[in-house]
Design a binder for this molecule. Structure first.
Ligand code: NAD
Length: 447
C-alpha cells in the first residue's frame, strides 16, 4: 500500500496522465517482506583513500547473502546498492576519488536502490583539511538523495575508530526495505558490545516491549511490527481507547494495559505491571502524542500544558521511574522516543507541539551516556509526513503539498516509522545511541 497519488501515478492510466501533464511520479517503495532477501540484487563497494572498513563491509554483505560486483560495468549487471568506504579520506583532494567511484555506480543503480557512505566523524580529527573533507561527504550524500529517482535513498554512517563492531546492524538496516522512507540521514555510531548471532527474521524474540499510544495509527503499526519481529508487546493507551487497544493486543498476541501516561501514578503503575507480569522490560517505545494547534498568540494554557504533559513530561517521568526501579530495565534495554519533524523544523500553529518534540531530542542526547553505561540505548525517531487518520483529515491542498515536499515525493506509512523503531530496538543496534533518525523521505523542511 502507498498513498493514493502514488498508486494512481503507477497505474496504467495514471502513468500516461502524469507523464503528459509533467506531474511527479513517485515510486512504489521497496518495503521489508519477512523471508525476502536483504537486497534484490548485488552491491558494489568502492573506496576513496586507504579506508579501514572495506573488509568489515564485505563480511556484513556476505553474512546477508548479498553478492558483491567486482566493479561497475556499464553494460553488466546493475547494482542494487552502492557503498563507499570513505574512512581513508584525509583531505579534499581525495574527494575526487569518491566522485570517480560514485558517478558511474549511481548511474547504474536499480530502482529502490541504496547509496550508503561510511566515513569518520568530522570532529574526530585535529586537522581542518581532514575535517573539511569528511564534512564534505555530508553535503555529498544529502545532494545524492535529492538527485536519486525511482525510490532510491542515500544515507551516511559515521564510524569512529573503535566502533567498527557496531557496523552490521545499521548497514543491514539502510540496505533493507525496512529503511524505505529513511533518506538523507547522517548517523554517528559509538563503540559498543554487540551480541553475535541475532535471528534476522525474529530479532526481538524473547523481548518484552512496551508501546504507548498503541491503540491506533503509528503506535498500532509499531506494536504489529515488534510482534512480527518476535517481541511480546505490552500495548498501552488511554482507557477511552480500550476497545481498539484490546483489538490490537489480541491481533498480535500481546497484552493490553489501559493507562493515561500523564496520570500522577502512571509511572508507578507501569513499573508494577511490568514487574508482576513480566519480571522486567527490554524495550520501551514512547509513541503516545497529541496535537492542540493554535498560533502562539491565541494559545491558552490548557493547550500548552496538555501537549507538554503527554508528549514530553510523561516520557521523562516514565523513563526515570524505569531507571530507578531496581533490576526492572534489562541491561541491554532499548528506549525509543517518538519526536517529530516539527521539533526540528518548527511548524506554524505548533509552538507547543514543536517545543515538546524538540525537548525529546535534548532529553535523548543527554541520557545516552547513562544508558550506554548499562549496555542500553536511548534514541529518537522523528517522523515527517506520515499517512494516518490524522493527516487524512487535513485540507486536500495542505495534505498534497505536505506529502510531496520530500525527495521521495510521497508521504510515509506508519509501517516505515515502525520498522525504524523496531530496528533501533534490536540488540545488534547497540552502537546507535543518542541519535535522532528522521523517517521523512528526506523532507525539504528542516533538512
Ligand atoms: N502522523 C504523523 O504524520 C506524525 C508525524 C510526526 C510525529 N508523529 C508522532 O507519532 C506519534 C503517533 O502519532 P499518530 O499519528 O499515530 O497519532 P494518533 O493520534 O493516531 O495516535 C496517538 C495515540 O496516543 C494515545 N494517547 C494520547 N494521549 C495519551 C495518554 N495520555 N496516555 C496514553 N495514550 C495516549 C491516543 O489515544 C492514540 O491512540 C505521536 O507522538 C505523534 O506526535 C506523527
Amino acid at each position: 500500500m502507498a498513498d493514493w497519488y502514488t498508486n494512481f501515478a503507477n497505474s496504467g492510466v495514471g502513468t500516461t496522465i502524469t507523464k503528459q501533464l509533467g506531474l511527479p511520479r513517485p515510486a512504489v517503495l521497496r518495503r521489508y517482506e519477512p523471508g525476502g532477501p536483504l537486497l534484490p540484487g548485488p552491491a558494489v563497494i568502492g573506496t576513496a583513500g586507504d579506508g579501514r572498513l572495506r573488509d568489515a563491509l564485505a563480511r556484513v554483505l556476505a553474512g546477508a547473502d548479498v553478492s558483491v560486483l567486482p566493479a561497475v560495468d556499464p553494460d553488466g549487471e546493475k547494482p542494487a546498492a552502492v557503498l563507499l568506504d570513505g574512512t581513508g579520506i584525509t583531505g579534499p583532494g581525495q574527494l575526487a576519488a569518491a566522485h570517480d567511484f560514485l558517478a558511474p555506480a549511481v548511474k547504474r543503480l536499480r530502482p529502490s536502490g541504496r547509496v550508503l557512505i561510511l566515513a569518520d566523524p568530522p570532529a574526530a580529527t585535529g586537522s581542518p583539511a581532514t575535517a573539511a573533507a569528511r564534512q564534505a561527504l555530508d553535503g555529498l550524500v544529502r545532494s545524492i538523495g535529492k538527485e536519486l529517482l525511482n525510490g532510491s535513498t542515500a544515507n551516511l554512517v559515521l564510524v569512529p575508530e573503535g566502533a567498527e563492531a557496531a557496523l552490521a546492524s545499521p548497514v543491514r538496516f539502510f540496505l533493507s526495505g525496512r529503511s524505505a522512507y529513511v533518506d538523507g540521514q547522517v548517523l554517528t555510531l559509538s563503540a559498543a558490545g554487540v551480541p553475535a548471532g541475532e535471528d534476522d527474521e525474529r530479532p526481538l524474540a524473547g523481548r518484552v516491549a512496551v508501546v504507548t499510544g498503541a491503540a491506533r495509527g503509528i503506535g498500532a503499526a509499531i506494536a504489529r511490527v515488534m510482534a512480527r519481529d518476535g517481541a511480546h508487546v505490552v500495548a498501552v493507551d488511554v482507557p477511552a481507547a480500550g476497545e481498539s487497544l484490546a483489538g490490537v493486543a489480541n491481533e498480535i498476541g500481546g497484552t493490553a494495559f489501559q493507562l493515561d501516561i500523564t496520570a500522577a501514578d502512571a509511572p508507578a503503575r507501569l513499573v508494577e505491571h511490568l514487574r508482576e507480569r513480566h519480571g522486567g522490560v527490554d524495550v520501551v517505545v514512547h509513541n503516545a502524542g497529541i496535537t492542540r494547534d493554535k498560533l502562539l498568540v491565541n494559545m491558552d494554557a490548557a493547550r500548552w500544558n496538555s501537549v507538554m504533559a503527554v508528549n514530553l513530561q510523561a516520557q521523562l517521568d516514565i523513563t526515570e521511574a524505569l531507571l530507578a526501579a531496581d533490576g526492572l530495565l534489562r541491561p541491554d534495554a532499548r528506549i525509543v522516543c517518538v519526536s517529530s519533524q516539527s521539533g526540528i523544523a518548527g511548524n506554524r500553529g505548533q509552538t507547543n507541539y514543536a517545543a515538546s518534540k524538540a525537548g525529546i531530542i535534548g532529553m535523548v542526547r543527554v541520557w545516552a551516556p547513562t544508558f550506554a553505561e548499562r549496555g542500553a540505548t536511548i534514541n529518537a525517531v522523528a517522523p515527517g509526513f506520515i499517512v494516518t487518520e490524522m493527516t487524512a483529515k487535513m485540507p486536500f491542498g495542505t495534505r498534497e503539498v505536505g506529502s510531496r515536499i520530500n525527495s521521495l515525493q510521497q508521504g510515509g506509512l506508519p509501517v516505515d516509522v515502525a520498522e525504524t523503531i523496531a530496528w533501533l530496538s534490536q540488540r545488534g543496534s547497540a552502537g546507535v545511541n543518542g541519535q535522532v533518525v528522521r523517517v521523512c523521505g528526506q523532507s525539504f523542511l528542516g533538512a
